[in-house]
Design a protein around this ligand. Sequence first.
Ligand SMILES: Cc1cc2nc3c(=O)[nH]c(=O)nc-3n(C[C@H](O)[C@H](O)[C@H](O)COP(=O)(O)OP(=O)(O)OC[C@H]3O[C@@H](n4cnc5c(N)ncnc54)[C@H](O)[C@@H]3O)c2cc1C
Ligand SMILES: NC(=O)C1=CN([C@@H]2O[C@H](COP(=O)(O)OP(=O)(O)OC[C@H]3O[C@@H](n4cnc5c(N)ncnc54)[C@H](O)[C@@H]3O)[C@@H](O)[C@H]2O)C=CC1
Length: 444
Amino acid sequence: MNKIVIVGANHAGTAAANTIMGNYKDAKVTIFDANSNISFLGCGMALWIGEQIAGAEGLFYSNKEKLEAQGAVVHMEAPVESIDFDKKIVYATLKDGSKVEESYDKIILATGSMPIIPDIPGRDLENVQKVKLYQHADEVIQKLKTEDIKDVVVVGAGYIGVELAEAFERHGKNVTLIDIADTCLPAYYDEEFTELMKQNLKDHGIKLAFGEKVLELKGDTKVKEVVTDKGTHKADMVVLSIGFRPNNELGKDKLELFRNGAYVVNKNQETSIKDVYAIGDCATVYDNSIQDTNYIALATNAVRSGIVAAHNAGGTALESAGVQGSNGICIYDLKMVSTGLTLAKAKSLGIDALATDYDDLQKPEFIESENPSVKIRIVYDKNTRVIIGAQMASTYDMSMGIHMFSLAIQEKVTIDKLALTDIFFLPHFNKPYNYITMAAISAK
Ligand SMILES: Cc1cc2nc3c(=O)[nH]c(=O)nc-3n(C[C@H](O)[C@H](O)[C@H](O)COP(=O)(O)OP(=O)(O)OC[C@H]3O[C@@H](n4cnc5c(N)ncnc54)[C@H](O)[C@@H]3O)c2cc1C
Ligand SMILES: NC(=O)C1=CN([C@@H]2O[C@H](COP(=O)(O)OP(=O)(O)OC[C@H]3O[C@@H](n4cnc5c(N)ncnc54)[C@H](O)[C@@H]3O)[C@@H](O)[C@H]2O)C=CC1
């Protein structure tokens, strides 16, 4: 018998548990999760808050009963307090308050992340909200129903902030979106693309306060205003979305850590201690675009790393293919997808990078139905000519196109090889001289 303990059962932990139980009949899986729910899709939070979906029911795909039906022992509302990595014992408190000790042969840490809370005065005022868990979103929604909440300030214009700004505006609130950077989504897109998103947000009445540093949140018991280095913004609710920090409490004194505190893992998801694996938002990833270890918190990475760790813990050596940080966003009707490095990021890393751009209609000019234009940028290494990033934007759903670039980065495809890649043509879908081929052909 192979006793495997999984700590944390959201996306990463659930993927690991499902993979182990589906493939390794000799494994006995015991799961501890501090929360009362499993598998909450945070990505649906903005749709729920913005009332684009009826409720949160569809935002869960697993639960204690489903995992138990496959043979796992599942303890919910049962935080693991500590782990003795030498004796291989987990110490946890169960829902009824009793303490348990669970021994293991292998352990998978899937404790995820929590939002970074800036160290500023007023951060504990009422209506200053975190947004990560189902409970956080539920609390925000209950508060939005009251007449008291008219002005909402979102701090951080990354993925969560931009999505929630739309959601609050759809809810009829006055929304201000603040970022310390002078644009939105700076980690994922170059300026030519972030300008499109900026305009999109402005067109929908969202007040942008970019290039502002938040100094203080003011109020009595409840938050009333956000003070920045450039001015003051009225706020009945403040949402903090300035990134995640990994939950590393259980292993931070024993395991090797990355610069942000994530557990450093190899391509087999092994930490610096034998038989201890880490997956999802509490662990590093191997980033093919920089060919080095990195931290990229995404549900997709959580699921894949869970599968990889499960096979290794189950007895089959399996390496991750690495990741490119592929991601997408849809705000009102504007869709943007990207993978790998932006040109700005590549340059900041000292990579001698170039970009090739192209703008064109999705389909031939003679098409009489919907035919939006698409903007594409491909980033490549000037010396090796290997593709290291790509970005696309359109009101057309061109999102599937980015997966090819993700694979291209993973497999180190050159821009010249892409120029001659077989890309089909049918007027219902695209043009014979399509924008991917044209961008690649026109690369310097
Ligand atoms: C609003 C929002 C939108 C998002 N949208 C997207 C998206 O569109 N696409 C995308 O790819 N990603 C998205 N993400 C990111 C994605 O949700 C995370 O990357 C993902 O949740 C990581 O999964 P995880 O299982 O590693 O960690 P988590 O989801 O953080 O789960 C960790 C689990 O561990 C448990 N735990 C922690 N400590 C202990 C302990 N000591 N004992 C027991 N249990 C413990 C927690 O209770 C929790 O259930 C979004 C996130 C948010 C908040
Ligand atoms: N569609 C998707 O794939 C989604 C992915 N996610 C993931 O969840 C994780 C967390 O998301 P976010 O919290 O949005 O992080 P993020 O890293 O995407 O964005 C954080 C933003 O906060 C800004 N910032 C940092 N410090 C600040 C400060 N002190 N004051 C003001 N602004 C500050 C940054 O400039 C950045 O724009 C990310 O890894 C993200 O990729 C989240 C939502 C959707």
